[in-house]
Design a protein around this ligand. Structure first.
Ligand SMILES: [Zn+2]
Ligand SMILES: [Zn+2]
Length: 139
């Protein structure tokens, strides 16, 4: 039986780790990236290995620590770590609202989004407007 080739000896030394956080509006630190650098010595000799681990948002986006990015929590359903793609600002009160909680009024050209607090008022006003419009057109 042939001898198994020996695995080259690998030694790791001098691991440096850098963690990058953002501070959110509630003063909570959120981890966005981990950078590691360490020396590897194997059969090919010593070399430096650099790794970067990026954190993903709850809606599947990758947070690049080198670019400005906003991360949101929805105050209505408490979904956390959402990127800008998954939230809207309420047309009335400007609250952050995720797309699952937002109520939308869509037109062929545009869409307006409302938070669950403002939506009942908007819906009521639209119903009143609709009935008044139909009533005046029938008279
Ligand atoms: Zn929500
Ligand atoms: Zn609102």
């Amino acid at each position: 039986m042939p001898d198994k080739p020996e695995k080259p000896l690998v030694t790791l030394t001098d691991a440096d780790e850098e963690r990058i956080y953002i501070l959110d509006a509630q003063q909570h630190r959120r981890l966005v990236a981990i950078k590691r650098e360490y020396m590897v010595t194997d059969a090919n000799g010593p070399r430096v290995v650099r790794e970067m681990t990026l954190v993903q948002t709850a809606d599947g986006r990758t947070i690049d620590p080198n670019k400005p990015i906003a991360i949101f929590d929805c105050p209505f359903c408490n979904r956390q770590n959402l990127s800008l793609y998954s939230i809207r600002y309420c047309e009335t009160c400007q609250a952050v609202v995720c797309l699952q909680c937002a109520h939308a009024i869509r037109t062929p050209e545009d869409a307006s989004f409302y938070c669950p607090n403002c939506w009942p008022i908007i819906r009521r006003d639209r119903l009143i407007h609709f009935y008044l419009f139909n009533l005046t057109n029938k008279l």
